[in-house]
Ligand binder design. Structure first.
Ligand SMILES: Cc1cc2nc3c(=O)[nH]c(=O)nc-3n(C[C@H](O)[C@H](O)[C@H](O)COP(=O)(O)O)c2cc1C
Length: 379
């Protein structure tokens, strides 16, 4: 099922993509998934309005490259990017002490340190873990409802490094929908088309990620596909669930297949792909050109190795590297909150996971979190 995919001249080395996930698909996570074999990765959705108003936090979500000398010398005292404060607003309230601000000794954060076994060396080559490495393209996702602002975002410097800009037409969150954004655009197709055609005028490759419908029993994936491709999208991702379903239940293969058959641009199928077997079933039933994986990659980013056949690095090794990069890029406070969640995901399904999770969330510094991860995560 694995093959290279040409999207309007952008060649993805394979057709298994990492989905955009708000709060999760930051640069270190995307780079890790690229290193593990994802054929294309997406930033989380960023607000066109936020870019227009020059929001630092929005710009930061669009970090696309590690600095050239990143982590080659000493870990910098200050993070390289502005800390993502907005992402962990209640942290202080959880009683995280000032010591949480102290950075673990750089030596402890180095790959291979603290007895991380040789499997860690599989991912120790920084060149392989870089986003954009091995010629893997990078994509950003934006959301909004104003065609002019969406085009402006596509033309912005912040989006310049990205090979493709994806438009979110699937988000079910009430605060997005009530602004007429995300999946609300499925209820105003002329506006959706206008947004796509304006964005396409920017000269960027434009794709759209959408759901098969808003309500159960009212699915229109083929019509959406035809209209979006007609308006200028060069790739479509179909999440095979309605908005009403949020993330529950199996994907509707028939609707995805109908979308695929309605257009000539590549169609990527999304929803409920947890492993290679699911992906093969998805491709077989829908005829899609590729699959996009979301939650499975959060719980186990090594899912991409199932497609490439590459040896799976240990979860612990992956965790340590991700923690190191997250801390250096975004700062101690964000790294602690974010990496606790990642560790809990990586523990999922293992024996004692519930107790392990409690202990992870009680850690008050990255140093403490790392040492607990060494105890809990399989090497
Ligand atoms: C935590 C989380 C955040 C998400 N954020 C986004 C997002 O920013 N943009 C988007 O298009 N979809 C987003 N999604 C939806 C996923 O990209 C994907 O469509 C959905 O999870 C179905 O795929 P899955 O069954 O493989 O998880 C998010 C999903 C999750 C679980």
């Amino acid at each position: 099922m694995l093959h290279a995919l040409d999207i309007a001249g952008m060649v993805c080395p394979n057709n298994v993509f990492l989905a955009p996930m708000a709060g999760y698909t930051n640069l270190p996570f995307r780079a890790m998934c690229t290193g593990l074999g994802a054929g294309l990765t997406f930033t989380e959705m960023v607000s066109a309005k936020g870019l227009h108003y020059g929001s630092e936090e929005t710009k930061q979500l669009l970090l696309s490259r590690f600095p050239d000398d990143f982590l080659e010398g000493e870990t910098p005292d200050a993070p390289l990017a502005v800390p993502l404060r907005g992402k962990c607003p209640r942290e202080g309230a959880k009683g995280v002490s000032a010591s949480a601000q102290n950075i673990a000794a750089p030596a402890l954060m180095r790959e291979g340190a603290k007895g991380v076994s040789t499997s860690a060396q599989n991912i120790a080559d920084p060149a392989l873990m870089r986003e954009g490495a091995k010629g893997v393209p990078v994509a950003a996702q934006i959301f909004g409802s104003d065609p002019a602002l969406m085009r402006e975002a596509c033309e912005s410097e912040a989006l310049a490094p990205f090979d493709l800009v994806d438009i979110n037409m699937g988000c079910p969150m009430p605060k997005i929908v009530k602004n007429g954004e995300g999946s609300a655009l499925l209820e105003d197709l002329p506006l959706a088309e206008k947004i796509i055609s304006e964005c396409a005028k920017s000269g960027k490759r434009i794709s759209v990620k959408f759901r098969i419908g808003v309500r159960e029993g009212e699915e229109h994936a083929a019509e959406y596909a035809k209209r979006f491709a007609g308006a200028g999208a060069c790739m479509l991702t179909v999440h095979g669930r309605t908005r009403e379903k949020i993330y529950a239940g199996p994907p509707d293969y028939g609707q995805i297949a109908a979308a695929k058959n309605a257009v000539s641009v590549p169609v990527i199928a999304n929803g409920g792909v947890w492993n290679r077997k699911d992906a093969e079933k998805m491709m077989e039933r829908t005829g899609a050109d590729g699959v996009m994986i979301a939650r499975a990659a959060l719980y186990n980013p090594r899912v991409f190795c199932e497609f490439t056949g590459e040896e799976k690095p240990s979860l612990l090794a992956l965790f340590l590297r991700e923690a190191e990069e997250t801390r250096a890029l975004y700062g101690e406070r964000f790294a602690l909150v974010f990496m606790r969640k990642m560790a809990a995901f990586y523990l999922r399904g293992s024996r004692g996971a519930a107790r392990g999770k409690q202990r992870l969330f009680a850690t008050a510094s990255t140093e403490e979190l790392l040492s607990l991860a060494r105890e809990l995560l399989p090497d």
